[in-house]
Design a protein around this ligand. Structure first.
Ligand code: BQZ
Ligand code: CA
Length: 695
């Protein structure tokens, strides 16, 4: 480049910088505006942690009469007392909103996902929408904690019925429920736990569903070992890391039936990892589960039907074996249709989470004849635009992709993007009215750890944003309205950024289209790559993306659930920055700070310290634009009025989704309100792999 030209460009840049500098000062970072109120009916009734459940033997046990008649008296099943553990999990009546229930009826779910197969531990989805939540019972349970106000609460026991810490806090001895059985009668014990841990979590070739169950989720260097059939022992590097008890809940520690899985695992067979993952396709019926219902029917693109698990290890205080509901349906449709069917009464439950459906759903639910109740909870649904920060190979980018990642790692570039986003316009494009709110990123405002004054918000300011783009060297050198790479990069052609989006939700697609339009005004070309669930998840978790739009997962709505996902505390914990092929993380200085804050949080016993750490987290994350928050809003639970025992004010999303929080195994329908929806009345699951239920 000739001297004159170079001098000219420098002068231009210098001039540009000074204009940009002046503009950037125009919109000082501030705190996000207080969002408007909205009609939130769902008032939570708070209870104490030990009022929900306990483990104890009862004098007698009961089951539906037809099970006794058709199965026990005919010798197909042992008596119910021999199908239950020594001390079953007993749900206390005091915590049951409508008390002890009666048997019968069905809950009809509608889901937008599709089942890949039953191997949850190897990362297969069953279609979401509560199906995996119901099948895969986990060591601890946290979803029902929404009704416990105390900050010092801890997860509920579940497959792990109790635990105690060693004096020095480095060991946690966990006692499993004794004598529980898989739905095919095979004993549940520590072998199931160890298979899940050693051969699914630790094995780097396998990753359980949800993209988060990595070894580091339980702390670097954590060891788990079997003591005896019903005892396992955790050893942690830090002392008293109580946070990990949350990580032992859904989705990160939900063991599968090792008596079926182990023989298919490459370590114990000639199978490849892919053959292991796909060893139990949706057509493989009666897959053994610890959950309340067993898959007995699968019709592709139509429905999955589940029948009650005769070995389910939970009862009510009168000894009635749960669940009360005999059958579950999962109609294979779309997420938007789930809302429509729930308010219309042809479906029974929905998490109203797509604002485009708010108004129509509210109208229908307000009618006298409405078959379903609809109640909004706190603002806990949020969306973030996340940029891929890995510059050392996560996702194996091409040169263009690598150049984008270098830009993503440039703070001025991130500030330009966040200031070019008009969050008010994005929210209004989803739904008018008081629901959506400005969300700069980080924790959503409905979270108990939220502190508005710790949140740094860069207000919408397109001119300053343009100035910052120039400052990082991006100018439209060919006059087509889109900025170009500098001459030496990618041949100086237009910057093009691919935006990965979940094709299953109109909300995700609306937000993506909004971003494309707003970035065009900034002069940045964005190309949408909308993929269906599993393909989208696979592209995301393997790092094959420049930017992505992701609906928040539980760490941003509860902090204590999936906490490791708040920062790159391990090679595979952050949603937008994972290790390259060398297993190393090329963290930026502020990311090191975030990781340090999260590690301190996970091992702190002091609630005040935890609150302070979360304030620090919110400030550091938003000041550095760790993610570009887009919008936040409340969700509403829509549930058919015939169901009893629905906890008041159940949020659709907090420690987990409502399908977990409502405690479906306790729901019941009064005899005079029961629908004739059972497709396999008086039938029970057959043997694993057999075709369908039996009677
Ligand atoms: C709720 C949920 C129960 C996953 C899934 C789905 C996956 C994501 C997310 C939600 C669906 C429903 O969410 O939208 O309301 O029923 O299933 O699991 O979006 O694609 O990977 O994180 O939870
Ligand atoms: Ca251009």
């Amino acid at each position: 480049m000739t001297n004159l030209r170079e001098i000219g460009i420098r002068a231009g840049l210098a001039l540009g910088v000074s204009i940009a500098a002046v503009n950037a000062a125009a919109s000082e970072p501030t705190t996000p505006p207080v969002p408007p109120q909205f009609p939130a009916e769902g008032k939570i009734k708070y209870v104490t942690r030990d009022s929900i459940l306990e483990f104890k033997a009862l004098p007698e046990y009961r089951e539906p009469d037809w099970v006794t008649k058709n199965f026990v008296e005919t010798g197909k099943l042992p008596p119910v007392k021999d199908r239950l553990p020594k001390e079953p999990l007993v749900f206390k009546t005091e915590n049951m909103p409508d008390g002890i229930g009666v048997y019968g009826d069905t809950m009809r779910h509608v889901i937008g996902g599709r089942p890949e197969g039953w191997n949850y531990g190897a990362g297969q989805t069953q279609g979401w929408g509560g199906i995996d939540i119901g099948l895969s019972e986990c060591l601890t349970r946290t979803a029902p904690l929404f009704q416990i106000e105390a900050k010092d609460t801890e997860p509920l026991p579940n497959l792990a019925k109790s635990w105690e810490w060693s004096e020095d806090g480095h060991k946690l001895t966990m006692h499993l429920i004794e004598g529980a059985k898989w739905s095919d009668g095979d004993p549940f014990d520590a072998d199931d736990i160890m298979f899940y841990w050693e051969d699914e979590v630790i094995d780097p070739n396998v990753s359980p569903l949800g993209g988060g169950a990595s070894p580091e989720a339980f702390g670097e260097g954590t060891v788990l070992k079997k003591i005896d059939a019903y005892t396992v022992e955790w050893t942690f590097k830090e002392a008293f890391p109580k946070q990990y008890l949350y990580t032992m809940a859904y989705p990160n520690f939900c063991p599968g039936p090792s008596h079926l899985l182990k023989p298919q695992h490459p370590k114990y067979s000639k199978n490849t990892y892919n053959q292991f993952k796909n060893a139990f396709p949706p057509e493989f019926l009666n897959m053994p589960v610890m959950g309340g219902w067993v898959p007995v029917e699968y019709r592709s693109d139509d429905i999955i039907v589940m029948r009650r698990n005769p070995y389910y290890w939970k009862v009510d205080e009168e000894g009635n074996q749960l669940p009360y509901l005999n059958e579950l349906h999962y109609k294979l449709s779309t997420w938007a249709d789930r809302d429509v069917q729930a308010v219309a009464g042809s479906g029974d439950i929905s998490n109203l989470e797509q604002p485009e459906n708010f108004v129509a759903s509210l109208k229908r639910a307000a009618e006298e004849t409405a078959p379903a109740r609809l109640a909004f909870g706190p603002r806990l649904i949020g969306y973030n635009l996340r940029m891929n920060f890995s510059a050392n190979g996560w996702g194996d980018p091409d040169p263009r992709g690598q150049a984008i990642r270098e830009l993503n790692r440039n703070e001025d570039f991130r500030k330009a993007i966040t200031m070019a986003v008009d969050r008010k316009a994005l929210g209004d494009s989803l739904v008018k009215g008081p629901f959506t709110a400005i969300y700069p990123g980080g924790l959503v405002s409905g979270t108990s750890f939220y502190d508005r004054n710790s949140v740094v918000y860069y207000p919408h300011d397109l001119e300053s944003a343009k100035g910052l783009l120039e400052k990082v060297g991006l100018k439209d050198t060919d006059g087509d309205g889109f900025v170009n790479f500098p001459a030496g990069t990618e041949g100086g052609k237009n910057v093009e950024i691919v935006l990965l989006v979940n094709n299953g939700y109109s909300t995700d697609k609306s937000l993506a289209e909004g971003i494309v339009g707003q970035m065009e005004k900034l002069g940045l070309k964005i190309i949408i790559n909308a993929l269906d669930g599993p393909k989208r998840d696979d592209a995301h978790y393997s790092g094959r993306f420049d930017w992505l739009i992701q609906r928040n997962t539980t760490e941003l709505a509860s902090v204590v659930q999936s906490t490791e996902q708040l920062a790159p505390v391990g090679p595979r914990t952050s949603w937008h920055h994972r290790a390259g092929k060398d297993g190393k993380l090329d963290l930026m200085p502020y990311e090191e700070e975030l990781a340090d804050i999260i590690n301190k949080f996970r091992t702190s016993q002091d609630n005040d310290e935890r609150v302070a750490l979360m304030k620090q987290y919110q400030k550091t994350a938003t000041e550095n634009v760790d993610t570009v928050g887009l919008t936040e809003y409340p969700g509403a639970l829509i549930i058919n009025k015939r169901f009893s025992n629905v906890p008041q004010g159940t949020p659709i999303f907090m420690f987990n989704w409502a399908e977990d929080s409502v405690i479906r195994e306790r729901l019941w329908v009064a005899a005079d309100k029961q629908g004739k929806y059972e497709l396999f009345p008086e039938q029970l699951p057959g043997k694993p792999g057999e075709n369908g239920p039996i009677n």
